[in-house]
Ligand binder design. Structure first.
Ligand code: MG
Length: 416
């Protein structure tokens, strides 16, 4: 391909680490190099978290039941995930990405979109930036590789980073986007999952080229105005999503409908403590702090209330999340009714490394201390692969949870 290295149409890079968890394990224990390695728990209820490229040759992939992986490759080496270590390396690579642009949008611990539109001149073009990222990631981490996609928009950048894995760099020629897209199966389109793939195949649309030729009217009749327009745009390589504030996760929440309506007091406290712990853990793992805490309450009569509080200093510690949730619940007039559903959520997420204002009363020091303790608990959980270790307040058995006997706490992540 004969490409100018300073094409200003290349605005987005998608950087995605290769077999991240497995690669970190190999980095820390070079004797694993070149071997089929599976990160996960090999028990009957376990699933594969990450498979090394050597293990993938046996057909093992993420989210596969561990029993299936064991069947496919009995000789594979298994390692338990070490979240704390992956988090540490994740911070390193995100820092590297920020060397090239202040605007990054992490999609998970090991991948991010970079808005490079303002950095092109400074670094001598998108290809120089791509090369620079690969070099700096390798140096900073002591040997990890990252795959890069360079394109005019997010959809194409993410698609591209996957085309030459591992340790590859794919540049989408802005004048030949259709040539790239047309032969690809429809499932390569952002947001097209197994169900949509099936629906499209049912009407004979297997490739992006099929989709493009069929005309938007048929898609509209079949999938509705909005989905049709989205499919149509993406099939033409058009994606106008920008870079939002605060990254892809806008809120983290958990809620529970109780088997039997509960009252305010011990039972609601128990739920709030547990929810606060879960949210705090989720925030820490994703490197966020929350500015806003939301409480949702549904009473026996189905009357539903939401209350929220926005903090001056973003929080991450379970104790503050719990206390704030408790205070919000106190504000609600229950009028003698039982509580059918409780939900607690964190919103207004900001990156954890954003500097925090100093407070006059040393509150922040207390929060930080708490953060340290909970981080150690996370680590212990990761190391043992169990949740036996809980904070004192959680040692007592949890209240009866959802109706129907299954725990139905749900975590919602709003994709931007
Ligand atoms: Mg990856």
């Amino acid at each position: 391909m004969d490409l100018e290295t300073d094409d200003p149409r290349w605005k987005v890079i998608h950087a995605d680490m290769d077999a991240f968890f497995a690669a970190v394990e190999v980095l820390d224990d070079p004797s694993l190099k070149g071997k089929p390695l599976v990160i996960g728990y090999p028990g009957p209820r376990g699933v594969v978290s990450t498979a090394s490229y050597e293990a993938r040759k046996f057909g093992i992939h993420s989210a596969m039941p561990s029993t299936e992986a064991l069947r496919r490759c009995p000789d594979a080496i298994w390692r338990s995930p070490r979240g704390r270590r992956y988090g540490e390396v994740s911070r390193m690579i995100m820092e590297v990405f920020r060397e090239f642009t202040p605007t990054i949008e992490p999609l998970s611990v090991d991948e991010a979109f970079l808005d490079i539109s303002g950095s092109l001149k400074l670094f001598g073009g998108a290809i120089c930036i791509g090369k620079g990222i690969r070099k700096r990631v390798f140096e900073e981490t002591g040997g990890l590789t990252v795959s890069i996609g360079i394109a005019p928009n997010k959809f194409l950048a993410k698609l591209a980073s996957d085309l030459d894995k591992p340790d590859g760099m794919t540049v989408v020629d802005p004048d030949r986007i259709q040539e790239l897209l047309d032969p690809l199966p429809v499932k390569k389109i952002w947001g097209v999952g197994p169900r949509m793939t099936h629906s499209l195949q049912e009407i004979g649309l297997n490739t992006i080229s099929d989709l493009r030729r069929v005309g938007i009217e048929l898609l509209q009749r079949r999938f509705g105005e909005n989905s049709a327009q989205r499919l149509w745009n993406l099939a033409h390589g058009q994606d106008d999503r920008g870079f939002g504030e605060g990254g892809p996760t806008k809120s983290i929440s958990t809620e529970n409908t109780f088997t039997k309506d509960i009252s305010r007091g011990t039972e609601s406290d128990q739920f709030l403590r547990k929810a606060a712990e879960e949210i705090a853990e989720s925030l820490r793992r994703q490197e966020w702090r929350a500015r806003t805490l939301r409480l949702k309450v549904r009473l026996s009569s189905f009357k539903t209330y939401t209350r929220s509080k926005t903090m001056d200093n973003p929080i991450v510690d379970a104790a503050t999340l719990y206390q704030t949730g408790r205070n919000l619940l106190e504000e609600i007039e229950l009028e003698g009714e039982g509580i059918r559903l409780l939900g607690l959520g964190a919103a207004g997420l900001v990156p954890a490394d954003e500097p925090i204002q100093n407070t006059l009363f040393g509150e922040d020091t207390a929060n930080r201390k708490d953060e340290k303790v909970t981080r150690l608990l996370d680590q212990a959980k990761d190391d043992q692969g169990s949740s036996l270790l809980k904070r004192g307040s959680l040692v007592s058995p949890p209240p009866e949870t959802s109706r129907g006997g299954r725990h139905s706490a749900t975590k919602e992540k709003d994709e931007a």
